[in-house]
Design a protein around this ligand. Structure first.
Ligand SMILES: Cc1cc2nc3c(=O)[nH]c(=O)nc-3n(C[C@H](O)[C@H](O)[C@H](O)COP(=O)(O)OP(=O)(O)OC[C@H]3O[C@@H](n4cnc5c(N)ncnc54)[C@H](O)[C@@H]3O)c2cc1C
Length: 457
């Protein structure tokens, strides 16, 4: 039970009710460490509001008593933004949004749906499917990742290739600002250019400008006929060239991910399964979706690209087996140790050069580390995972992020900047742009109540 003489505790209890202010270290623990185990800190309290009014009251209580608010959804983020800072000077309050998980009726005319920030991606997917539509977004953490976290991070995943990142699906949202005010724009109008687009500003703001409480999500048509193919290739250059052919020949293309021999080996050992395909340095995993079976179209495109060897999966079970090879990478890596996870984006023309240079770049600062690389080929989005380096050794992060910037890429493609990369924002954003971001932050959150230390250095 929180100390009754603590004014912060009293304010939070008045905001969300006694039962939803967690002070016990055992109850807080699951909210204090991130999915990778690399980021951890101590929260004074974890609070679990039930609705927007309770979120606003909790934020106001934190602001009044000098506490920092750490918004948290499913706690599957990779950059430490959803858990308390290790060096937090002020009391920190984790604001868990998972109880705001309501899903409204799907509007068939606009193909949109209102969803609470705490609804999981998997729940949205099932809800959309029941209405003959599709969320248009998917990734491995679907059972835990929430729409609030997805919007806050502007998450992407494999299907961003066809449908865009979370940003493309946000038709409107509701959020609580740092002073407890509620902004709400959820009329769902495709055309509504009356002034600054505040909802758009909150997408990708990683909980630093507002706490997302609800989202109006734009759905896409459901394409039930699906086929996947795993293509072993001799080089990254061949993988990029393959994508060039598929882009023009395969309108049904929905995802084009990749992984390398070292990652597949780690995964096969972890899952205790045999390789489903001939050994190769590079593997590309494709998925096509359409109203009618796209298998012949895929086979024709692969033939046009000169591909002779591929495993094709045209039923759900075998498609899921192929995707487990790609999506299982994160778990296999986590089982092998606490990784440095660096999500970067590089231009397709320099992808091969980047991937070739990563191991030597990492070895120069952490000679005993090993590097596992995989990602979303279609977006030039590479997940660099470094195992065997000290969790607190930032030289690895810096070396990889500098390399990404050197080849004309970005230090964050879909996981966000968080606390993990804030100090390197200047590698890919100019002084004037960072000053503009800081001015927005100061204007909306002058006392830095929301997620201090995240995103901006
Ligand atoms: C196995 C695995 C696979 C993954 N694959 C992908 C992938 O393919 N693509 C991808 O983009 N990501 C991927 N991720 C990363 C992660 O799932 C996404 O970043 C997701 O958007 C995080 O959602 P969450 O609800 O877990 O957010 P959290 O981890 O709880 O929070 C993430 C950030 O958002 C903020 N936040 C959370 N909720 C709110 C809110 N309601 N309002 C304001 N700010 C909020 C937090 O403060 C934090 O800064 C993966 C993660 C795992 C574990």
């Amino acid at each position: 039970v929180p100390d009754p003489t603590d004014p912060l505790a009293a304010g939070l209890r008045a905001a969300v009710g006694d039962a939803h202010v967690l002070a016990d270290p055992e109850l807080r623990a699951g909210y204090e460490t991130d999915w990778t185990g690399r980021f951890t800190g101590t929260a004074r309290f974890v609070v679990r509001p039930a609705d927007t009014a309770e979120v606003a009251a909790a934020v106001r209580a934190c602001a009044a008593h000098g506490a920092a608010v750490i918004p948290q959804g499913g706690n599957t983020g990779m950059v430490g933004g959803g858990v308390p800072r290790p060096d937090g000077a002020r009391p920190q309050v984790v604001l868990s949004l998972t109880r705001l998980d309501a899903l409204g009726a799907v509007d068939p005319v606009t193909a949109q749906v209102d969803a609470g920030a705490g609804a999981t991606l998997a729940a949205l997917q099932a809800h959309a499917a029941a209405a003959g539509l599709d969320a248009g977004l998917d990734f491995g953490a679907r059972d835990s990742a929430t729409l609030g976290g997805i919007v806050a991070a502007d998450a992407g995943g494999a299907r961003a290739l066809r449908h865009g990142t979370a940003r493309a699906h946000v038709a409107g949202l509701e959020a609580v600002l740092a002073d407890g005010a509620v902004v709400s724009r959820r009329n769902g109008l495709l055309k509504d250019n009356a002034g600054y687009d505040v909802p758009a500003l909150l997408v990708g703001s990683e909980g630093t400008l507002g706490v997302v409480t609800a989202v109006r999500w734009r759905l896409v048509p459901r394409l039930p006929a699906r086929v996947a193919a795993l293509v072993p290739l001799p080089s990254v250059e061949r993988a990029v060239a393959l994508l060039g052919v598929l882009r023009s020949r395969l309108p049904a293309l929905e995802a084009a991910d990749f992984f390398l021999a070292a990652g597949l080996q780690l995964l096969l050992e972890h899952q205790r399964i045999a390789a489903p395909v001939a050994a190769a340095p590079v593997y590309v995993l494709l998925e096509c979706a359409d109203r009618a079976d796209p298998t012949a179209e895929l086979a024709g495109a692969l033939e046009a690209a000169g591909i002779e060897d591929a495993v094709v999966a045209d039923d759900t079970a075998s498609r899921e087996r192929l995707w487990r090879l790609r999506e299982g990478h994160a778990e296999a890596i986590a089982a092998a140790g606490v990784p440095h996870k660096l999500d970067v984006g590089v231009p397709a023309a320099r992808l091969a050069e980047f991937l070739a240079r990563v191991p030597e770049t990492v070895a120069a600062v952490a000679p005993r580390a090993r590097t596992i690389l995989f990602g979303h080929l279609g977006d030039g989005n590479v997940h660099v995972n470094v195992l065997g380096a000290e969790p607190g050794d930032d030289r690895v992060d810096e070396a990889v992020l500098r390399l990404a910037a050197d080849v004309g890429g970005t230090i964050s493609a879909e996981h966000g900047v968080g606390i993990a990369k804030a100090r390197w924002l200047g590698l890919v954003r100019g002084e004037a742009e960072i000053a503009a971001m800081a001015a927005v932050k100061r204007a909306l959150d002058p006392a830095a109540v929301l997620n201090p230390g995240v995103l901006l250095p």
